[in-house]
Design a protein around this ligand. Structure first.
Ligand code: TYD
Length: 218
């Protein structure tokens, strides 16, 4: 497996800690001399950055759900084409903070647009590149949103991008359940990680799953 770029995604509701864990695993892989690229959706690259500012602006509460879904997909297709696919091809490991499972959970299931349609659009626009491993960080929404709101209070950019954090708690419960359904459907790809406890404790869980999956990397 080493020498072939692996595509690993990090999923979960806001405030579950996935960005911290993605950063830590990227640092750990780099320390093992594995070429690693830490990326995120939405908003990687110059086109993605502009799509992200439309998607997450707190001025855009009136955005139509299909407009929202298609912008996430547009961001994803550009990201795959411009960055992920070429990096995997050259042997770099790509760690991505959110990917298509977020669209399935938020837009497909919680907003009710239907997962099949969203996956059909991605399969049509960019059929090839899909994650080898996806971590789902599972946490109670009350706890997770409290973490996300703390972060927004301390960061003006995050506060301006808080359109999703401002949705009612019932929505976040739906998103959590949606991710759990997706993970149950593909147990070989997904690893469900309890996001309770300190960042160190959660990273120990991540590393344990990772080392089971890639025993040659150390
Ligand atoms: P971001 O500020 O990147 O936060 P987080 O740390 O939670 O990832 O915000 C991304 C937001 O976009 C987040 O609320 C989830 C949402 N999202 C979707 O609804 N669909 C998607 O396909 C993606 C990638 C993200």
């Amino acid at each position: 497996m080493v020498g072939t770029g692996q595509f690993i995604t990090f999923e979960g509701i806001e405030g579950c800690g996935k960005s911290t864990q993605a950063t830590r695993l990227a640092g750990w892989l780099s320390a093992q001399n594995i070429a690693t690229s830490l990326e995120k959706e939405p908003g990687y690259g110059s086109i993605g950055a502009q799509i992200r500012s439309i998607l997450l602006s707190t001025d855009h509460h009136h955005m139509d759900p299909w407009c929202e879904a298609l912008l996430y997909l547009a961001d994803r297709v550009q990201h795959l084409q411009e960055f992920v696919a070429p990096r995997l091809a050259e042997g770099t490991w790509v760690l991505c903070d959110r990917f298509h499972d977020s669209s399935l959970a938020y837009q497909g299931m919680a907003r009710g647009l239907g997962e099949d349609k969203l996956s059909a659009i991605l399969d049509w626009a960019h059929p090839q590149t899909r994650p080898h491993l996806s971590f789902l960080f599972d946490l109670d929404p009350e706890q997770a949103l409290a973490r996300a709101r703390d972060r927004n209070d301390n960061c003006p950019v995050a506060a301006k991008e808080g359109r999703f954090e401002q949705l009612e708690m019932a929505f976040h419960h739906k998103v959590r359940a949606a991710f759990q359904t997706l993970a149950a459907r593909e147990p070989n790809r997904f690893a469900i990680i309890s996001a309770e406890g300190s960042a160190d404790a959660v990273f120990a869980r991540v590393l344990s799953v990772f080392q089971d999956r890639y025993p040659h990397v150390r």
